[in-house]
Design a protein around this ligand. Sequence first.
Ligand code: ADP
Length: 660
Amino acid sequence: MTKQTLSFQAEVAQLLHLVTHSLYSNKEIFLRELISNASDACDKLRFEAINDGGLYENDSELKVKVTFDKDAKTLTITDNGIGMSAQEAIDHLGTIAKSGTKDFVSKLSGDQKADSQLIGQFGVGFYSGFIVADKISVESRRAGMKTSEGVRWVSGGSGDFEVEAIERAERGTSVTLHLREDALDYAQAWKVKNIINKYSDHISLPILMEKEEWKDGELINPSDEAGGRQPGGMVKTGEWETVNKASAIWSRPKKDISAEQYDEFYKQISHDFEAPLAHTHNRVEGSTEYTQLLYIPGKAPMDLWNRDKKGGLKLYVKRVFIMDDAEALLPTYLRFVKGVVDSADLPLNVSRELLQESRDVKAIREGCTKRVLGMLEDLAKHDKVGETSTDGVTDVLSAEDKAEAEKNAGKYTKFYAEFGAVLKEGLGEDFANKERLCKLLRFASTSSDAATVGFADYKARMKEGQEAIYYITADTLAAAKNSPQLEVFKKKGIEVLLMTDRVDEWALNFVQEFDGTPLQSVAKGAVDLGSLQDEAEKKAAEEAAETFKPLLAKLKEALKDKAEDVRITTRLVDSPACLVVQDHGMSTQLARMLKQAGQAAPEVKPVLEVNAEHPLVKKLEGSVHFNDLAHILFDQALLAEGGMPADPAAYVKRVNALLV
Ligand code: ADP
């Protein structure tokens, strides 16, 4: 074949113009693209060689070499992969075969900013070389073809390219970039190594570079890689070194990876010094193929509470690094998870915008969520060693299982202390997994100060005849524990969950029941202990309500600006009164939180419940200070639950008047 000049397909010419102009601020990606092509070419050879071993031509060690020539101002990427025939070079490097190319190009507006976003959704691949090069020369020979059937393809990246036949001994492809004046940096070893390190460390092929040495140079500033030494500069030594790790840990079989290696990788990607609590590593096959390696950290980062901070996983496409913090791969409430997803289906130049819309990403996200919940369930299951199961029989463990159990004991409690509150956000965010999330929740309770009680534990301990899971929300554990609303529950020995996380109040909006048992706030609605109350108690309550009718009416009148209603209650034992809200009303605690956060909260008028047995209430009837006492009763009930009287000075005045 004699030298011929051919034109690029019209779309390619447009794309080339765009690439060189709009990806200008992100130059270094060209190396990732070219190394990725080299790696693909090796993958293809490996695949074809399955049926035709001769294609290896006695050289089956697939690799990529990166070389440069400072004087010629060139950078060359060479692979010994499948290579290209002359026709393939014409077809593959002169046209874009991808479906939708025309469509894509027609969308381009000529507005650089808008176009550069668009281009992120479309693989620019080989053409990205023109970001840094004003001429690219490709030499190649397809595996299995004669050495006289090599091809040279040369282009300056505008309208056309040249092709000619050449003699080429080596199989595979060399791509030589003639660097633009403003891209001469890329002819320096340290710069190139850095980029390889950043993007291609996990390419499983070795990437080789020729070792260099300083010639007659004295070390002036060791921290300055490039400018630290003087005259002769760097000279090549003729030895080659592998500059990447050449093996993606997640692409290796599980059995070949030690626990230490898993931990090391976690530390590398998370910048955490501590080992993670757990990891999961899986290859998922089916309509969407990907590998996931996910970790649960042992400690919360400083910025965990910032929901705007990008959490998320590292995304690789076929072992080529695409982006950090790909938040589309996990829901926000799992933003503490670290790890890698390597997809076989996404395009290399996938953008964040595209991730949000991709169906593959949706499948990956669901898969990752399930795996993380699975990991947490596992940790929860092994949190306590030798725990007595609900049927009263302690599992008998083998020595090996026992050692394993001891290793895992306490991990879930540790996890929960760090991330439990974040996990609860999932109740409002991930309805599909609500049930699984509910099982993972832990709270303090009237029988445990530590947040270790799950709904299932609670249910197992419920009293005969108890029909609800009782809970109370408060600002602090002390406030919750001492709340007057708990008095009757304490008296009857009924456990109440104590919820003190700021998100509890909000999260519980999404949980009406657990495993068929309704959740009931002890601060909402009239207390209904159902069959926990005996007949005598019920009768006494009804009688009291009757006897105190006139008093209740008077109280209601005195407090009409503050209380929605006033009624007799059986929930109090020691305290004279407490405040509750209507069954479906917003709790006073939530209303207070909203106000503190500067948000508009509807005015909640609580119900004042009074204890007919209390001396103060008994004395109220005939008192000359009735009005003052009524207000004090109300304000004290407010104070007892951590609130503040609307007019504190008036409250103090009233109390003092009585004291005097
Ligand atoms: P993509 O890699 O996304 O298909 P590119 O523009 O990067 O798009 O490359 C176009 C085609 O050129 C590739 O599909 C491949 O057939 C061919 N090609 C590119 N680089 C090489 C290489 N190093 N060895 C063999 N073929 C290559």
